[in-house]
Design a protein around this ligand. Sequence first.
Ligand SMILES: O=C(O)C(=O)C[C@H](O)[C@H](O)COP(=O)(O)O
Length: 207
Amino acid sequence: MARPMILDGQPFVPVIVLDDAERAVPVAEALRRGGIRCAEITLRTPAGVEAIAALRDLPDFIVGAGTVLTPEDVDRVVDAGARFVVSPGLADDVVERALALGVGVVPGVATATEVQRAVRLGLDRLKLFPAGPLGGLGLIRALAGPFPDVRFLPSGGVSAANAAGYLADPNVFAVSGSWMATRELIATGDVDAIERLSREAVAAVSP
Ligand SMILES: O=C(O)C(=O)C[C@H](O)[C@H](O)COP(=O)(O)O
């Protein structure tokens, strides 16, 4: 039985890479108009922390941080208002700091060894990264054998074409990716496309 978590009820976690923090609010509002109410703002760009701060008080929207690599990263994104942190890989000190601060934490795993270590840290929601190259649903099915209580957030190669397939798997709690708000759409300010792609993603999994 999975413990409650901040991303419950959010099947899509957009991965947002911002070159300019001023784009954060228009992008998040476009996601929200399309029916997506959370985003992972990556620390891949220097604008990341400022963008998280810009979104912390946006109503009906959960902001988190991605590419969180160190405990110091956890501190600065939580200070800025992040309510969950995501990492590409598994680092015990990052997980421990996030748990101590009481924010959601979804580290990346790619092997059974890493799943086992994450479970021992007390986690049952893990990002599978990079999901596509690693084997996608086939790997999730295989890992669900020894780890039936673990639920995954596939990321890396998730698209409009395969998102619904992932989400139909009982060991997937959400999918993440950049396809509905690519760096290019963000840079050109094409919020209409971001809204449309978000709406299409949501519609594809709605009953
Ligand atoms: O930035 C991070 O911290 C990451 O872990 C990587 C992202 O989750 C994937 O790069 C998203 O993959 P795409 O949807 O294929 O673009």
